[in-house]
Design a protein around this ligand. Sequence first.
Ligand code: FAD
Length: 567
Amino acid sequence: SSEFTYDYIVVGGGTGGLVVANRLSEQETTSVLVIEAGGSVYNNINVTDTGGYGNAFGTTIDWAYQTTDQEYAAGKPQIVRAGKALGGTSTINGMVYLRAQTAQIDAWEAIGNKGWNWNSLFPYYRKGEDFQGIHYSWLEGSGVAYDPADHGYTGPLKVGWSSTQLNDGLAQQLNATYQNMVPPVPYNKDPNGGQMVGYALYPKTVDSIKNIREDAARAYYYPYQNRTNLHVWLNTNANRLTWKDGDAATADGVEVTLANGTTIVVKASREVIVAAGALKSPVLLELSGIGNPDILSKYGIQTKVNLSTVGENLQDQMNNGLVYDSMISYSKSADYVAYPSVNQLFTNASAIGAQLYAKLPAYAAQVASANGNITKASNIERFFKIQWHLIFKSHIPVAEILLEPSGNTYDTEYWGSVPFSRGNVHIQSADPTAAASIDPKYFMLDFDLHAQIEAARFIRKLFKTEPFAGMAGDETSPGLSAVAANAGDEGWASFIKNNYRSNFHPISTVAMMPKEVGGVVDTSLKVYGTSNVRVVDASVMPFQVCGHLQSTVYAVAERAADIIKVE
Ligand code: FAD
């Protein structure tokens, strides 16, 4: 028995978790506890400063998960960052607010998640949003634009542009440049309506007036903290779920270690909602006895639910950058994105598509063999064909190109949007504080490298196209002496593999899919084989999205709350 009992316990007070906690506690008779390993960062300048991206890295609010040595990418490990604070990764992220292409969310339904498609998710993107518009004097001339129908105006999460937005004409010069590229990259007024291909200025999770970061805690918790039925325990680590006596896998609480080091059990009378992030939620399931018996038994954990695919299907993207001198000095910055489709990224898209299609069975076999056939090659091949179709037939963005002016430089970041490589994350100990084994298998499949190389070439082409070419100076990284102007794939490959980082977009480790094709949660986000354990965070997304993850995590969590409320 325990002196603490709540209707719902939410494990992880991050991006997804705080949405669910907020919405469930709208019902006054429902009690909700949030367990969060980190503390409050409400007044942490590394969080609130909209120009401070990166300042929180390596501090106490960064989990800084380390991967295994990446055998397909120079043999080195990577750091995958994630926020350890009330608000989770939304407190340290780049604040980019970009959703997905309609066809990508429709693909969730195509793999067997009935009812999960763009049309059913779109209202939830808007439900969470408090779009602040562009009617501020400091945005005049900045080039920002939007389609009113694509946004929500009554949700908790502020989205918009802040007073640091650059308005000196660069947006317009870049647009002219993209139109001059061969083939041209069309202007996209609002990439948040489900059509992402093109060049756009995107909004962020910022408070436009105060010019501070908007994160999950500032949106979904602090304005509601006086609710007596909503409690948050900070600096408290969830160790494992506890189970009700009997055969059915019914969770009845969570074992936690409090800030003072004491370990106790807190009871849940209805459900436990796991929202610890894509690199932690599967680990918590395994520590609780849900997973692959071969892994669990190695660490003396009794199997409660035999579900071998927990922790599989890990998908991330790889991030590289090129840096150029600028002829102009910038004291403000702004956010410009280009989303090329295959026809804009590859010179011979149909040939590349045909070659890739022929390789998909081999790709699927390689993924399955790398995880001991826990995920089946036949299922993976089906998913890969759907992914191929998205890229070559639905023409989703196949890469993302960000341009960031700052001081006397133009920084760029780029990545292939939908890598095929699949890795995994698993426990290496029964100790809940021990590091898990995280293996994204970056660059395992050659299309992923190819997309990364073509994105780099695309950037070089952009910087050679007028009028922007006249505003930019030399390429300082990697520079033409490191990667020659006419470098072949080999020349690019070594730069890319030695200099990439994680794009910090891990997903799918607790994938929402039918159980028979390797899923871990069903369409109500309930873990197969349990009666009352759900997962609500980036782990459940079965495919990568072309936007960034947070908007889709917020939307999925909004929908999850509605699903939980009617049960
Ligand atoms: P999180 O928000 O990470 O929430 C998980 C929570 O669980 C955390 O608060 C964590 O401390 C807590 N937790 C974990 N384990 C335990 C435990 N055992 N006990 C108790 N609590 C626990 N996305 C965008 O859309 N735009 C961007 O610009 C962008 N930039 C990014 C930049 C960086 C550096 C990073 C790391 C990510 C970025 N992302 C971005 C990705 C996006 O922020 C995340 O995908 C998203 O916030 C994840 O939400 P989540 O709910 O899955 O997990």
